[in-house]
Design a protein around this ligand. Sequence first.
Ligand code: AMP
Ligand code: MG
Length: 337
Amino acid sequence: METQILSRSRGWLDLAKKYIKDGEVVAFHTETVYGLGANAFSDDAVLKIFELKGRPQDNPLIVHVHKDYDISLLIDSEPFYAAALRKAFLPGPLTMVYPSTGRVSKYVSCGLDTLAIRMPSSPTAQEFLKAVDLPIAAPSANLSKHVSPVTARHVYEDFNGKIPLILDGGACRGGIESTVLDCTGEIPQILREGLVTREMIASVAGDCGIYHAKQGEKPKSPGMAYKHYSPRCKTAFFRENQTEEAVALYHEAETAGEKPCFLCERDVCALLPNFRTLDLGGSGEEMARKLYALLRKGEKTATLLIGIEPREKGGVMAGVLNRMHRAFGVEHGPEES
Ligand code: AMP
Ligand code: MG
């Protein structure tokens, strides 16, 4: 199969619509990362996503809808705070988890009794979703365990010849996946941190928890239990106060014939002028936007990628740190136990 990458042009949405109606899988730009979408009502189309990605069948998918979609077609009711959060943050990088009503393919929720719904703000995503006027089940458009894609080229690298179409909306401005929020309880609870932060949610809902899976319990968001986002090269990771150890490893690796490279925040890059570095930037938003592109660049240009943890921790950095820890395979915190 030939994989076409199309930017906004005459007929591009007609083509996307045709593929979706035929049960095919189409990749599309969103403001977070690129998605790999299929008709959420079709068992066969949804199963194709799992097959293409090599995704485990217990890791559920998020259903994407356009901004005028009537979500009462998918859910029966929502708590008061959820309506307020939708008003405040949608369309945008916030996924809301509701009790499932069983109206989309059962393969979307993978045996959970909940359904995750998201309304992306990217104009490309909105136009695509509006054109098909169907809920679109979509995970990130990367092979399972690989780094999430933030350009059409990244999607192409993982799925060339396997999907018919990529809707190119340019580089993703958000850069990390949406915040996943459990809206089934009395107060909202974050299942996955992202660009809509705990503070932002609490300012609208009055309160916001962060979910910690207990040992032996079935996780509420199975995807969070997997190692993720891994660059395809050797990696090492150091905390912010371990720069000396990181430099020692760099020298050692170089002596052993490796091509090491640091991935770190801008201020730390500035302290390492004679080393290969990938600059994550300064603010949390900038680091979120650059992280996946730099992980993909790192795996192509280095044989050993040495991550150094940024010093800032709050707000958007919670999501960035979560993704960095997963990429480098280090412990992140209680919610992953
Ligand atoms: P991705 O596949 O990268 O788009 O990530 C989707 C994330 O949303 C994964 O971590 C899933 O486990 C999570 N998710 C999808 N549906 C649900 C749901 N119904 N309840 C909780 N988490 C969900
Ligand atoms: Mg993913």
